[in-house]
Ligand binder design. Structure first.
Ligand SMILES: NC(=O)c1ccc[n+]([C@@H]2O[C@H](COP(=O)([O-])OP(=O)(O)OC[C@H]3O[C@@H](n4cnc5c(N)ncnc54)[C@H](O)[C@@H]3O)[C@@H](O)[C@H]2O)c1
Length: 423
């Protein structure tokens, strides 16, 4: 019989409960969720019922939760600034931790976490989920096989999506870097992690430009109201909450309990009236030109890696589609990964183009994977294998920290206009 590990979740939101909790419940021969902690009582109520957690194992305050160890594994999915404090306490108590990214936007906290990890031990897997997503793993395999020769450059674009920018980075949790992380860390620490993974090297020099170009008072249309519900542009502004949360929901076929609708309203079933009430009464109903946001809506980063590979990453809010597009330029061929089209194209020079669909890659390489292109179940399975001693996780805590240092260097460069020399 397979070994089963007990699990607690702190931060029962989109990632903690909806993504990992549900993944672990689905993989119930391997995991048993036994305790929950969230400051929001409504979330505790909903998820304790779904996961069957006893009342005495539900906590709304981290101090009581962390008074003792409650399981083998902790899923740590609170907000960015809470991660290191909670992770160090968890390691001290002897947990293995599935830690949401970004680890923290503060360099001194990264150093403190590495020290604590050395002192207490324990497995810490940072949720760089794309490292475990089959299409992204396939690219690494092709690069490492050498069939296209030496990798020279990577060009990557992170298409945030216009309404996703408004939802998460103008109105939502990641809008202001004094409370959370800079955009290049919050949205792109996956991208930076992937670049160093594919380059098989550490960043040496970094240069970045970018700004908040649009979502500010200067661009507020004449006569626009502070809140969409009162605004004359409610049916014409592409960023209006009515469009983002009601019209798009209807266009999407009125999906039940899916992101981003389940972020604004935890009540199900979703209805037009419930969604409208939820945005009208919350921060998600604010005009995008009248929020307390300061994170950028476009940024580019150029990186020179120690082994000579070069990479350019562009992050932009102003896209219809969401998802990454990456091109890998090797001396004997090109690889084009199109996350939004769920396609991978491999073009060996002078030979026929090979086109792979993401679904076929999943069926061939990891048929039981799901969530984030297979990344959510992939990271959970990687932790399981590490705990049973079957295989090492795809990436170490030190390596994850390295991608955070790249993000911090990019942000420093963007602010100072200088090249940042890392090593
Ligand atoms: N891996 C990914 O692709 C990915 C995607 C989105 C977000 N994230 C990261 O995941 C983390 C969580 O994001 P989310 O979208 O799930 O946010 P969320 O707001 O949906 O969930 C966070 C939960 O933490 C709870 N919480 C806040 N403070 C707490 C405390 N002191 N003790 C206990 N609970 C507390 C909140 O009530 C909320 O339910 C963030 O760090 C975010 O940057 C990762």
């Amino acid at each position: 019989m397979a070994k089963k590990f007990t699990v607690s979740i702190i931060g029962c939101g989109s990632r903690g409960a909806f993504a990992y909790g549900r993944t672990m419940k689905r993989l119930s021969e391997q995991w048993e969720i036994v305790a929950l902690c969230d400051t929001d009582e409504e979330k505790i109520e909903i998820w304790s019922e779904q996961f069957g957690i006893k009342e005495e194992n539900c906590f709304t305050d981290e101090r009581t939760f962390f008074a003792e160890k409650r399981s083998d594994v902790l899923v740590l999915a609170t907000q960015d600034r809470d991660h290191v404090r909670m992770c160090i306490r968890a390691l001290e108590l002897g947990y293995s931790v599935l830690l949401e990214k970004p680890i923290t936007p503060l360099k001194e906290e990264l150093e403190r976490l590495l020290e604590a990890h050395k002192k207490y031990g324990g497995e810490v897997v940072v949720c760089h989920v794309l490292r475990y997503a089959p299409m992204f793993v396939r690219v690494k395999r092709i690069l490492d096989s050498g069939e296209l020769g030496k990798l020279v450059r990577i060009e990557s674009i992170e298409q945030v999506g216009y309404w996703h920018q408004a939802h998460s980075f103008v109105r939502g949790n990641w809008r202001n870097d004094s409370e959370t992380s800079p955009m290049i860390m919050a949205k792109c620490c996956h991208d930076l992690d992937l670049l160093q993974y594919y380059a098989s090297s550490k960043g040496k020099r970094v240069y970045s430009v970018g700004e908040l170009s649009y979502f500010n008072a200067e661009n507020k249309p004449e006569g626009a109201a502070e809140r969409c519900a009162d605004c004359k542009y409610i049916h014409t502004c592409p960023y209006s909450a009515e469009k983002c949360y009601v019209e798009n929901w209807k266009k999407d076929g009125r999906p039940e309990n899916t992101w981003p609708y389940n972020v604004i309203s935890v009540q199900t079933p979703h209805t037009e009236e419930r969604l409208r009430k939820a945005y009208t009464e919350s921060a998600y109903g604010r005009c995008v030109f009248a929020c307390d946001n300061n994170v950028v809506d476009n940024q580019s980063v150029s990186i020179l890696f120690e082994n000579g590979v070069k990479a350019d990453l562009t992050m932009t809010a102003f896209t219809q589609n969401m998802g990454r597009r990456m091109t890998f330029h090797c001396v004997h061929g090109e690889i084009r990964l199109k996350e939004d089209e769920e396609l991978l194209e491999v073009q060996p020079f002078g030979k026929p183009l090979q086109v792979f669909k993401s679904a076929d890659i999943i069926a061939e390489d990891a048929k039981d994977s799901f969530g984030h292109g297979g990344g959510d179940s992939g990271v959970v399975t990687a932790l399981y294998r590490a705990l049973t001693g079957e295989a090492e996780t795809g990436t170490s805590l030190e390596n994850s920290v390295e991608s955070h240092l790249l993000a911090l260097a990019a942000e420093e460069s963007r602010k100072t206009g200088q090249v940042v020399v890392l090593r």
